[in-house]
Design a protein around this ligand. Structure first.
Ligand code: AMP
Length: 173
């Protein structure tokens, strides 16, 4: 099955000039969705992760079933003011201005220096994934890989990511 057939391109969303890659048709198709989880789990399994980190909010949808399939823990990287306990915070650049992400300081306490994979729906410029990588390191995790459903390779996001950490993407544009 070609997962790309179930990803919809929406011009000028959320603003003019952006071609938004909409995964809702893929999520709604039982076969495509099952295949997506299977392929993500197979891609990540070789890194033998103790934890899968999902980035709010579409990253959560993908990270949760992959973590369960692999018997790994699920850790959430969230937008500010969402996590209730002590957090580390990381600012990162957007096209206009900055944004922040947070992680619970004790998220890896069950397995200190556990092996961690960051999973998200899309890597565009790479700023979001790299901010998540810095949070994982701050919280004491050992980052062993990045995995994305979709990579927008023309934005060269991989160049923003932590040097030497492997990257896998299922669909590349
Ligand atoms: P970036 O930090 O530039 O790599 O952006 C990655 C985040 O923005 C991901 O979490 C995506 O959900 C979202 N994103 C960026 N560009 C797109 C796009 N063209 N289509 C869908 N989502 C996008």
């Amino acid at each position: 099955m070609n997962l790309q057939d179930h990803i919809r391109a929406v011009p000028d969303f959320p603003k003019p000039g952006v071609l938004f890659r909409d995964i809702t048709p893929l999520l709604a198709n039982p076969l495509a969705w099952a295949q997506t989880v299977e392929q993500l789990a197979a891609a990540v399994e070789t890194w033998q992760p103790d934890y899968i980190v999902g980035i709010e909010s579409r990253g959560f949808i993908l990270a949760a079933p992959v973590a369960a399939a692999l018997g790994a823990g699920l850790v959430l990287v969230r937008k500010p003011q969402k996590l209730p306990c002590a957090v580390y915070q990381q600012d990162y650049a957007l096209e206009y201005g900055t944004d922040s992400l947070e992680i619970h300081q004790d998220c890896f306490s069950g397995k200190p220096s556990g092996r961690v994979v960051i999973l998200d729906d899309v890597i565009a410029t790479g700023g979001t994934a790299q901010a998540a990588a810095q949070l994982v390191t701050q919280a004491g995790g050992t980052l062993v890989g990045f995995c994305f459903l979709i990579e927008l390779s023309f934005l060269a996001g991989q160049q923003q990511l932590a040097m030497g950490i492997p990257v896998k993407s299922l669909v590349t544009y």
